[in-house]
Write a protein that binds this ligand. Structure first.
Ligand code: EPZ
Length: 439
């Protein structure tokens, strides 16, 4: 399909999706079969890229996913003064800024919620940070009160100045004991980074325990920081005077990309081998899929997943790790839509993460949403039609639904999917799927 190839090549040349080809066409109804290699974790890479501005010398990162969110984040760290070079499709070299050249650019910060993770590193290293408030997004308001409260405990004056959050630290940040009202991933990451160069010890209580938190802590310790307890709900950070470089750090694999392929295999009653997996990271997802009757076998850093015949309906509640991840909720909704019986999903993390239901209904899904609860009544099959992605994981759910559906599904706003999935078309085509980009 020359058109698609040129478009895809053009997209990678320019470092972002060629928005003129912003529709994904999927011819569904066939089981996925084959092997797929999972890329590096978006949410680990984004945090590690922010942390890299604290390094005192060169940093080389491996297993970095070449996705648009990462390219946007690289643009931001270049803007604040870092030199970044792609050494290969998945490794980059970063020379951190000797001093803060400029604030993160507003237009990029608004695009990327994760840019709020610059607060901790910039305040810790330079004593000043100005980020435009990343704004809400389709899944919720996304407040930052926990970030600000923790930074204030460390001696930062935070003020809101015309849509910007401005942090000033009259002297080096000071260690503090901070209790997080909610185990916020971003707040845990920001405060962990802020504490690395603070004077004294910081204790984060009720901290988030996601694998991406552990990956960030491991990277910070590679730079010479002293972070202990990441992965538990109490993290202790002993401040050090400065950080050094790190000549090789490999980002963990993406558990949500892995989960998305597990769900796609189950939804199409296919059989896949997933490579580059850390099985404990995907255990919350595998446990629910096994409960539905999906066969998943671990073998070192690969998972074999197979489903044939009818699956069982499920009740799912999204929770902080190690509970069922909210980032897999939309994809599971698509899978459960053709499972006979009644399934229920309760979304406990974000207040508005059922937007995808309206698009799925256009494909024949029978679903009722009431507040944070969605009730899905299984139907025999879905049918392809034109649908619209409203955010990254909603887009992933439409891909799963398109793979399941009879006929052709056109997913517009495919740039949302490009934010978090590296070369998705190529990976699906290698699994026997007819999928391509279109105007
Ligand atoms: C991270 O977002 C991820 N993003 C999200 O993934 C993920 O869904 C989320 O964690 C939960 O696991 C990145 O890592 C870049 P939170 P984050 O702070 O840090 C409330 C994806 O698709 N809250 O744990 O923004 C908040 O409103 C994205 O890859 C406050 O009330 O999530 C939400 O209800 C989507 N005050 C809940 O906590 C605060 O100060 C969880 O938010 C901060 C958060």
């Amino acid at each position: 399909m020359a058109g698609r190839g040129i478009a895809t090549a053009f997209a990678y040349e320019t470092g972002g999706p060629a928005l003129t080809m912003d529709k994904l066409i999927i011819c569904g109804g066939k089981p996925l079969r084959g092997r797929v290699r999972i890329s590096g974790a978006k949410n680990a890479a984004l945090a590690v890229l922010c942390a890299s501005v604290m390094a005192g010398d060169k940093v080389v990162l491996e297993n970095v996913p070449d996705i648009s969110d990462v390219r946007d984040m690289i643009d931001i760290i270049r803007h604040v003064g870092s030199e970044v070079t792609w050494l290969s499709e998945s490794s980059i070299q970063i020379n951190p800024p000797p001093r803060l050249i400029a604030d993160p650019p507003c237009h990029l910060v608004k695009k990327l919620r994760a840019s709020n993770l610059f607060l901790g590193p910039l305040l810790s290293r330079f004593g000043f940070a100005k980020i435009s408030l990343p704004g809400g997004c389709n899944i919720g308001v996304r407040p930052m009160d926990l970030h600000f409260k923790g930074l204030a405990c460390m001696g930062v004056n935070i003020s809101m100045e015309g849509g910007y959050a401005v942090g000033r630290a009259p002297s080096r940040l000071k260690g503090a004991r901070i209790y997080l009202d909610f185990p916020s991933v971003g707040a845990t990451e920001n405060l962990m980074m802020a504490a690395c160069l603070a004077v004294g010890q910081t204790v984060l209580e009720n901290a988030a325990k996601e694998p991406e938190i552990v990956d960030l802590a491991n990277f910070l310790n590679c730079l010479g920081a002293k972070v202990r307890g990441a992965g538990t709900d109490i993290i202790k950070i002993d401040g050090v005077p400065e950080l050094k470089g790190c000549l090789r750090y490999s980002v963990i694999p993406d558990r949500i990309e892995a989960g998305t392929f597990l769900v796609a295999a189950a939804a199409t009653r296919g059989s896949l081998v997933l490579e580059n997996i850390i099985p404990p990271h995907v255990e919350p997802i595998c446990a629910k899929l096994r409960e539905a009757g999906v066969e998943i076998v671990e073998n070192g850093d690969t998972l074999q997943v197979r489903a044939d015949g009818p699956l069982q309906p499920l009740d799912i509640k999204t929770m902080p790790y190690p509970g069922f991840p909210t980032d897999m909720q939309s994809q599971m909704m698509a899978l459960l839509s053709t499972v006979e019986g009644v399934s229920m999903i309760i979304e406990n993390i974000f207040e508005n993460r059922f937007q995808i239901a309206d698009e799925l209904k256009r494909m024949g899904v029978r679903i009722k949403v009431e507040g944070r609860m969605a009730v899905i009544e299984g139907v025999p099959e879905l049918y392809g039609t034109q649908v619209k992605a409203t955010d990254l994981r909603a887009g992933a759910a439409l891909v799963v639904a398109g793979l399941m559906a009879q006929g052709r599904t056109g997913i517009s706003n495919a740039h949302f999917i490009d934010r978090g999935y590296h070369r998705l078309e190529e990976k699906l085509q290698s699994l026997g799927v007819e999928v391509y980009r279109s105007h």
